[in-house]
Design a protein around this ligand. Structure first.
Ligand SMILES: *Cc1c(COP(=O)(O)O)cnc(C)c1O
Length: 505
């Protein structure tokens, strides 16, 4: 059955998957949502015998119904290939009573690779289908992980350019090095004098600039987004929850139909929303455990029904979850509001204005599958330390937040259902914080110096401690030449884009 996409804020919209991927965000500010959540067509016995790529096809074909079999298979095989350092693509590792679903084996060692390695192919196929002649210019603001994953995904992809803005002094030394050493003639990286919010606001302004849009169009360009609100990022993320269940079944850890719980370290609510979609497609998932760091807006939301962003923004050791507006929550709100675009638009208007909204009691009743928890900075460090000591398993800070919340959940509820924890980054990507937890002396040895050189020394110490090889993604940037050194003021972003594209005059 064909799946159509409408906006969470406008029920009158009805477009195909390829159009939704090209647009990214609806013009009314809403997010694209499928008109129904399709059911899996294959049994889990059948899925248990499938590779990651085959599973991806079985899941994605149900959502991207205007893609042909050949188109989709070609996107999948181009994305999930030797860029990943394991054939399994998303291995499931048993440690300390839980299953860690490692989503960090792609080219930038964070889970963003799971979707951003396929998005460029989905986008170019969508452009062809819709007879788009323009070159597509991907504009991205990043606090670290998305930028590099999007750059790696779009580098060298014909018919596209990618421009990434990051806060010059707001990312880790390793994250910055990953970006400024990015090869590819169609890639542009710019540090801005400002924070992530400035970068994000600047990008949104450029998107909304009609005059620029017309000038771009005349010269054969159009903008698109690689942001996590793009349906082309959400759909590939559903795959690994189906895959994880099938693997557990294949290994005999569960029987067909047995429930599992899923624990997800959450920022923009994209990853856990994909798990929610998987559940609604027929994966026997019991609880969806939403783990936050000290920016615990979502924890408060699940506990009280009130979403309130009016609070202090805390910088934590899990920066990819430092976020007060979880964009993808809008898709869940839309669903529990009975797929009502007017109600959803009202809530989002309140969020944009007063910065808060409260859902109804009826809507709250529909959130029973969710459990919200959070971990403090101290608890996050402790969790890294304990997992290493007890199980010899080293996790990154984001995964540690999830592991900590999972432990609290079990203590509180006594629920021993087999649980899958989404492991979202390699510990090597956040070496300094991880070393702070497991070997504080080594981490502070350089008198608090924080630069790429000392971070690379820590990388070697971490490899020795964890008994792991340093990932290729880190080795690569150790010696790679810096090829991007653009820096601009936060008010110069538009001019910088015009310069890159030769739009002057
Ligand atoms: C982006 C990110 C998250 C948060 O995922 P959302 O889909 O935004 O909830 C968690 N961990 C890491 C390492 C990330 O890069």
């Amino acid at each position: 059955m064909e799946v159509w996409y409408s906006s969470t804020r406008n029920g009158g919209i009805r477009i195909k998957a390829s159009e939704a991927i090209l647009k990214g965000l609806s013009e009314d500010g809403g997010l694209f949502v499928p008109d129904h959540i399709p059911e899996l067509e294959k049994s889990f016995q059948e899925l248990a015998g499938m590779s990651y790529q085959e599973t991806a096809y079985e899941v994605m074909k149900l959502y991207l119904t205007d893609f042909t079999k050949e188109e989709l298979e070609s996107c999948i095989s181009s994305a999930y290939d030797s860029k990943f350092d394991t054939e399994e693509i998303a291995p499931l590792v048993h440690a300390d009573g839980a299953y860690f679903l490692e989503l960090f084996h792609g080219s930038t060692i964070a889970f963003k690779d799971m979707a951003l390695s396929i998005l460029p192919y989905l986008m170019t196929v969508s452009a062809k289908k819709n007879k788009v002649k323009n070159e597509i210019v991907i504009l991205t603001a990043t606090s670290g992980d998305t930028g590099k994953a999007a750059l790696a995904g779009f580098a060298g992809v014909e018919g596209t350019k990618i421009i990434v803005f990051y806060p010059k002094n707001g990312v880790s030394p390793i994250q910055e090095r990953q970006m400024v050493t990015q090869k590819g003639e169609n890639t542009y990286v710019v540090g801005i004098h400002g924070n992530f919010d400035d970068a994000q606001t600047g990008v949104k302004k450029i998107f909304a600039d009609k005059e620029l849009e017309e000038r771009m169009n005349r010269q054969g360009y159009q903008f698109s987004s690689a942001n996590s609100i793009n349906i082309g990022r959400l759909v590939p993320q559903i795959v690994y929850y189906v895959y994880a269940y099938a693997r557990l079944l294949e290994r005999g850890e569960i029987r067909e139909g047995d429930k599992i719980n899923v624990v997800v370290p959450t920022g923009n609510f994209g990853n856990i929303l994909a798990a929610f979609y998987a559940k609604n497609m027929g994966v026997p998932i019991g609880r969806l455990i939403c783990a936050s760091n000290e920016n615990k807006v979502l924890y408060d939301f699940f506990r009280t029904g009130e979403y309130d962003r009016n609070r202090e923004f805390v910088l934590t050791s899990s920066p990819s979850m430092d976020i007060l507006i979880s964009s993808n929550l809008e898709r869940l709100v839309y669903r529990i509001a009975g797929n009502d675009p007017e109600k959803t638009a009202d809530f989002m208007k309140a969020l944009g204005g007063e910065g808060r909204y409260e859902i109804t009691g009826e809507m709250r009743e529909m959130l029973g599958d969710f459990y919200g928890g959070y971990a403090s900075e101290e608890e996050t460090g402790e969790t890294i330390r304990e997992l290493q000591k007890k199980a010899g398993y080293v996790v990154d800070t984001h995964t540690a937040v999830a592991a900590c919340v999972y432990r609290k959940y079990v203590e509180e509820t006594g629920d021993r259902t087999p649980s899958v924890i989404a492991s979202t980054a390699s510990p090597f990507k956040f070496t300094r914080s991880v070393m702070d937890a497991i070997a504080p002396v080594a981490a502070s040895g350089d008198a608090g110096q924080c630069d790429a050189a000392t971070d690379f020394e820590l990388v070697d110490e971490l490899a020795a401690l964890a008994g792991k090889k340093v990932p290729g993604a880190i080795e690569e940037i150790r010696t790679a030449p810096v090829v991007h050194d653009h820096v601009c003021g936060k008010d110069e972003m538009r001019r910088t884009v015009e310069e890159f594209l030769g739009l002057q005059g």
